[in-house]
Design a binder for this molecule. Structure first.
Ligand SMILES: Cc1cc2nc3c(=O)[nH]c(=O)nc-3n(C[C@H](O)[C@H](O)[C@H](O)COP(=O)(O)OP(=O)(O)OC[C@H]3O[C@@H](n4cnc5c(N)ncnc54)[C@H](O)[C@@H]3O)c2cc1C
Length: 398
């Protein structure tokens, strides 16, 4: 096994960039993270973390703290948009013990994004092998046979390699592979936070679960965050012609109530109970799978190379998987061979998740008899997809 002594620049300190820095430093690399934001504050409320990515956080020694600050849902449950009848379920952590751990090898949890970023950023700050430069924006990447030069608003940085973990509008990708606009998917995501005390009065069923309500042209997902103090709601609506991509764009309660007016009463109850400063909406974009993930000494990771619709709740998980596999590839081969191997090992799985996520935008939103037929096969289909997603162990790849 090769000792990794490379100097590596990671562009972007989101979930992917921070995890990559930790995985690389753990293997011996000297890592600098360059982040344009002045401070690491994650917008957007909740995120689900599935067993496939928790295996990486376990390797980094972060699992026990994670489980203290996250929620452990008892199950994922799909419900009918109007009747509320159960369509399918996946048990996760019930009275029979931690089924996620038993079946897939690690727990499942839901967490406030800010808590996850704080967890990762604290680990980064405690690691001697990683330095973080905030408030620095990357403008240009130039590489020679021996090194990569990164021009930023705060001067030039040089390293043996660069990893672009700079999100869907990645400047690293544009510099290395050329400009290409992301595509609007025709979906708008709303988010809202409901105090759990209020949510418990509205919901007839278990609050400590991930619930997804499927219905015509919309779906509504909710799960606990902040150790169960809040219920995080993500409401997806098909809406052509509204393309503003910002988690900070507020929406009105009446507009969201209108979107779910004829849905089950529990959903209008949740919207009514949402904290009024927590209602935001965001147009959802993705990209087609990339045939190439980088060039020579530069590669990509997370949303920078495989942005996807959040309809499998796997964008962050894929970025975390990427991080572990990229670090493993560097242990067995030098740059740039390691980067080619990493992309080869990742492409099939991330392409599948991108494509199924996009297809789910159609499947979840069916109506009429086709929706009835979908509901008959949903328990079987959900079990099969869950198995493929969650059982995967990124630590044994490469
Ligand atoms: C509604 C919704 C729900 C979701 N739910 C889930 C879920 O439950 N589970 C899950 O796993 N995933 C989920 N996702 C997907 C997940 O949020 C993303 O896939 C993940 O955050 C991507 O992380 P990243 O680190 O690749 O990119 P980002 O989080 O976009 O981070 C990129 C970073 O790069 C920085 N940057 C950008 N350009 C530059 C530059 N030029 N110079 C320096 N820094 C730069 C940015 O400031 C940012 O900090 C969801 C997404 C949405 C929209």
């Amino acid at each position: 096994m090769r000792k990794v002594r490379d100097k590596i620049i990671v562009v972007g300190a989101g979930i992917g960039g921070l995890t990559a820095a930790l995985c690389l430093a753990r293997c011996g690399a000297e890592v600098q993270i360059i982040e344009q934001a002045d401070a690491l504050t994650e917008v957007g409320a909740g995120i689900q973390l599935s067993p496939n990515c928790i295996k990486v956080l376990r390797l980094l020694g972060l699992e026990s703290v994670l489980l203290q600050i996250a929620s452990r849902p008892v199950q994922v449950r799909i419900r009918h948009w109007r009747s509320g009848a159960q369509i399918a379920e996946t048990p996760l952590n019930g009275t029979d013990g931690d089924q996620a751990e038993q079946r897939y090898g690690a727990p499942y949890c839901t967490i406030h994004r800010a808590d996850l970023i704080t967890l990762l950023a604290t680990a980064v700050s405690e690691h001697a092998g990683v330095s973080l430069h905030t408030g620095v924006q990357v403008h240009q990447i130039r590489q020679t046979d021996a090194a990569v030069n990164v021009s930023t608003g705060a001067g030039n940085f040089t390293a043996d390699a660069v990893i672009g973990a700079d999100g869907i509008h990645s400047i690293v990708r544009a510099q290395v592979l050329g400009e290409q606009a992301a595509r609007f998917t025709g979906h708008v995501a709303w988010r809202a936070l409901v105090p759990m005390s209020a949510a418990a009065k509205v919901l007839q069923s278990e609050t400590a679960e991930v619930t997804a309500w499927w219905g015509p042209r919309r779906h509504f997902v909710h799960y606990p965050v902040r150790r169960g103090e809040w219920l995080n709601c993500v409401c997806i609506v098909e809406q052509a012609g509204w393309t503003e991509e910002s988690w900070r764009r507020t929406g009105t309660r009446s507009e969201l109530l209108g979107e779910f007016a004829d849905w089950h009463a529990e959903l209008s109850g949740l919207i009514q109970a949402a904290a009024s400063d927590s209602l935001f909406k965001w147009a959802l974009y993705d990209r087609r799978p990339l045939p190439q993930w980088g060039k020579h000494r530069v590669t990509l990771l997370g949303d920078a190379c495989h942005p996807m619709l959040p309809f499998m709740a796997q964008g962050g998980a894929m970025a975390i998987e990427d991080a572990a596999i990229l670090a493993n590839c560097l242990k067995s081969a030098a740059i740039p061979r390691a980067f080619l191997r990493y992309a080869d090992l990742r492409r099939a799985r991330t392409t599948w998740v991108q494509q199924v996520s996009r297809r789910n935008g159609w499947v979840y939103h069916l109506g009429g008899p086709v929706a009835w037929a979908r509901n008959q096969v949903a328990p079987w289909a959900m079990q099969r997809t869950t198995q493929t997603l969650f059982q995967f162990n990124p630590l044994t790849v490469a």
